[in-house]
Ligand binder design. Sequence first.
Ligand code: AMP
Length: 396
Amino acid sequence: MNVLVINCGSSSLKYQLINSDTEEVLAKGLCERIGIDGRLVYQKAGCDKEVTEAAMPTHKEAIQMVLDALTNDKTGAIESLKEIDAVGHRVVHGGEKFASSVVIDDEVIKAVEECNDLAPLHNPANLIGINVCKELMPGVPMEAVFDTAFHQTMPAKDYLYGLPIEYYEKYKVRRYGFHGTSHSFVSKRTVEFLGLDPENSKVIVCHLGNGSSISAVLNGKCIDTTMGLTPLEGVVMGTRSGNIDPAIMEFIAKKENLDIAGIMNVLNKKSGLQGLSNLSSDFRDLENAAKSGNKNAENAIEVLCYGIAKFVGGYVAALNGVDAITFTAGIGENAATVREKVVGYLGYLGITLDEEANGKRGEEIVISTPDSKVKVCVIPTNEELAICRETVALVK
Ligand code: AMP
């Protein structure tokens, strides 16, 4: 069957049409600048990217353009919309209501709306995508795959913050965690790839990209993760601060005359690798700058790697041991220096790095030496394929 995977943001939308039998991507692309001017990028498998500038006042025009591109006489991947058998929607926040993917009906839409407070930038955009697809493709089964669902197995001792319990009771303020689709996909794949026993496995997944999070997965179930109520918590990220002393917020607010929105803007958009380096949020830029002796870029990389190693150490304690540590996402899959530095902190686990393997890219690979007590590997993530698989499982 053919599954259209939709990842709807506030002014952008990514899509992939996947044949679930062969897991081949038939076409993919994105719509950008929705509500501003509008740009469609479309790429059929084996063909060059096509870029079309066209007005997209709302997500409805954007999705209509995607469907037109997919069914275009000359360059379409399919002949008609009848060839789309299901749509899988990425939904960022499922709160405590969703511990797995679900078939979308009116009740699900209402429950997702009730989570809007928890992800005010993302969930409303995800809902727009769902509603527009329902309107343009009536009768096609739609599924919601949540970023938070995989982490719902965390026990209370992990998800409760040291705050008055009434904030949890009244407002559900707790750790939720994100990137769940990736953590689920990569931890499962690690177990398969290494031939571990799924019922007796301890895996730590380091999803390191522009947004980064780490999770501890025991026998296939998440028991802890670094992101929290929002994706701001945890390791240093592209522009997000990760963990800080909360009192810094008041201190900086007074010094810089900022209100809460101003402080949140700093923590979300101006901190992390960007803030530390005062140069770029892109890891490649920092690597190049550090090579030419830029001290701030060097420090940013060190802060990142040391922070990752500390979380990994904590999760070894949480899991009471570890069988495998897996790196994934843009930095995790590509930045050999980050893997080398992080593994450099983990000698106490009996791990040594296979430098030649660590230098390779673009494949599933073990990067620890054969005599290492814990396996370290790189597994490329594929969130769209994971959403496609979840969608097919629900439709069937
Ligand atoms: P993601 O959010 O997963 O797309 O990851 C984006 C991050 O991956 C950015 O910081 C990129 O600089 C980083 N990245 C992508 N390719 C490379 C590469 N070849 N070497 C180092 N970092 C990379």
